[in-house]
Design a binder for this molecule. Sequence first.
Ligand code: CAA
Length: 304
Amino acid sequence: MSIAHGIRTLGVLGAGQMGLGIAFVSAVHARVPVLLHDRAPAQIKSGLALMDKLLAKDVAKGRLSAEEAKEARDRVTVVDQEKGFKGFRDVDMVVEAVSENLSLKQTIFRSLSTELSPSTILASNTSSISITKIAAATIPEGKTASDAEGKQSASRVVGLHFFNPVPVMKLVELISALQTSSETLDRARAFAVACGKEVTTSQDVPGFVANALLMPFINEAIMCLEKGTATRDDIDKTLRLGMNHPMGPLQLADFIGLDTCLAIQQTLYAGTGDSKYRPSILLERMVDAQWLGKKSGKGFYDYP
Ligand code: CAA
């Protein structure tokens, strides 16, 4: 028997490439009203412009009628800056898609759990950070992990890891914290399916399945470049033409964001102590230089 997700309104926190993509598939496929919040108004503006562009393309390609596209766009509302997280008060689930930083996520989840009803599902789109650590941050002040309130609060936290570009990539990785309840997991899974995605599940280990495999691969490609084993173009071409990857690993790293790749690799390395996850010096230096890939205009490639 399929479980109903029961999400009547969704909150999306962060209007970057991931948050916007999640808002898009939620409004278009799951057809739920979405409240979008980002502390940077410029991010909201560029996110909504991208959404309009994606909807217009879907209409042009005959995947949506003009009316369906308008309905989807009307489902997305921006939360007033002054309201902050209070603007999410009536949502059934929040998906957080801010940058990969444990203490930032813990602060956000602590505030969300204070502002919102204990039944609101709190999902993180993190690519590698421990969902168990994030869930523990929601235990109310003065309570413990074994109090009823502490257990209830942490039990509604779950990992819901979408892939970029969200409208195109078919997968969502579902991650259970030690504390996540089976009801939270079932509802989060049902929501991802309603968004048109296939779901795989992973234990809460650093990088889950996707990035525990992808990041050493990307890092190895960067080390090949560092050592002069081959040129940038030949490394990428080898994987594109030899293995049918849609993008070579250096282009993919630029696409994901070099700061994000580094943050994930640092989480993997710190979380396992395994030297195979140690980020390459070249990657660190490129991030030091603010060469962050496609989003900053420069990475392994230039994006004029
Ligand atoms: N947002 C929405 N749609 C996009 C898009 C974006 N940013 N970029 C491309 N698309 C759409 C295009 O509009 C096009 O759609 P239509 O078929 O409707 O026309 C479709 O994707 C194909 O695009 P293109 O023809 O322009 O280019 P392409 O065939 O080279 O495909 C790609 C582009 C889909 C990005 C492809 O190169 C690809 O699959 N690359 C690998 C992406 C990948 O591995 N993503 C996962 C990254 S890891 C991650 O996200 C998680 C993590 O934790 C780090």
